[in-house]
Design a binder for this molecule. Structure first.
Ligand SMILES: [Zn+2]
Length: 324
């Protein structure tokens, strides 16, 4: 199994660079001194302060590369039909990391803890408000909206006689996944601070979102539901709160594309419209294509995967990047 994180040996290169700069400065000073003595001009050799400034400018944040964690999973797992409390890859996330108790993949918990700590130093408070939701919970959310017990975008849906089938499902799909199709089933995706789009229009929300855009990728997280447009033509509306831990979720997305068909999406009210809507192609795979750019696939791993027909990453990549 590949490592989750690979920190670039930045310090090593930085020290080498510093050494090179110092000797360059020495020769530059020697050159300038020669010029000054021969032409009697008034050169300004690099001072110690200048060297420090140059070195300071060359310091950049440590970069991280991420490898996909290849882990074969079942169709039931992908559709949220498993018990995370009986799976040792999952951990119960509790306050102050989350708003209440919820399950998460251990890797996600670790990455979020590190990100939350850095955010705190920067004066930003991050809390997970939703992580793993199983099929049953997603069904309760979906059917609550379908049955007019819970609002959809602030309003109760019209009666079933006025809005039915595919049209009714599409209204709920603006913000909510059909049971069996949510990335929250995997415990790799987290909603941060609020799931209300208006929250992210407040000063506080804007500041938090700006911090996440700049910093979350350093911890492996990517905003899967970016603005809908030419880059992401289908899927849910933009969700500034939903961040996916790509090193794990990318492998699950690819397996979802391979293993689950629209006809497999069953077991809840309105499920029959999944085929008509082509929910796998348009919603499950309707994610931000930029998320993949942060992942690094070493050649050796690609060769290993090429011999493994269950997870043809090279082939499915194309489909995932550019859903029709
Ligand atoms: Zn979410």
């Amino acid at each position: 199994m590949p490592k989750t994180f690979q920190e670039t040996p930045y310090l090593f290169y930085f020290l080498k660079y510093a050494e090179a700069l110092k000797s360059m400065t020495f020769f530059t000073s020697l050159f300038c001194l020669t010029l000054w003595t021969s032409c009697n001009s008034n050169p300004t050799p690099l001072s110690t302060h200048n060297i420090e400034q140059i070195l300071q400018d060359s310091i950049k944040p440590a970069t991280m590369t991420f490898d996909i964690i290849l882990e074969e999973v079942t169709a039931d797992f992908l559709m949220g039909k498993f018990d995370p409390s009986k799976n040792d890859k999952y951990i119960l996330m509790k306050p102050p990391f989350s708003s209440n108790n919820m399950y998460a993949r251990k890797e996600v918990m670790e990455a979020f803890k590190a990100m939350q700590a850095q955010a705190k130093i920067d004066g930003i408070q991050l809390t997970v408000v939703s992580c793993l939701r199983d099929f049953k919970l997603q069904k309760a959310i979906w059917e609550g909206k379908w049955n007019r017990e819970k609002p959809v975008d602030g309003k109760i849906l019209p009666p079933l006689s006025e809005l039915k089938g595919k049209e009714r499902a599409l209204r709920i799909l603006e913000w909510n996944a059909m049971p069996g199709t949510s990335r929250h089933h995997w415990g790799t995706d987290i909603d941060i601070n609020s799931v209300n789009p208006e929250y992210f229009e407040t000063e506080k929300g804007k500041k938090e979102y700006a911090w996440l855009v700049e910093n979350a990728p350093k911890y492996g997280f990517c905003q899967t539901y970016s603005e809908v447009g030419s880059n992401r033509p289908t899927g849910y509306k933009e969700e500034k709160w939903h961040w996916s831990f790509m090193p794990l979720s990318q492998g699950f997305t690819q397996q979802y594309a391979d293993k689950i068909k629209d006809k497999d999406i069953t077991g809840f009210l309105g499920a029959e419209s999944a085929v008509d809507i082509e929910v796998v192609k348009n919603y499950v795979l309707g994610i931000n294509p930029a998320c993949k750019a942060m992942l690094n696939l070493p050649t050796a791993l690609l060769e290993e995967v090429a011999q493994e027909p269950i997870l043809p990453i090279q082939n499915t990549d194309v489909e995932i990047i550019a859903p029709q």
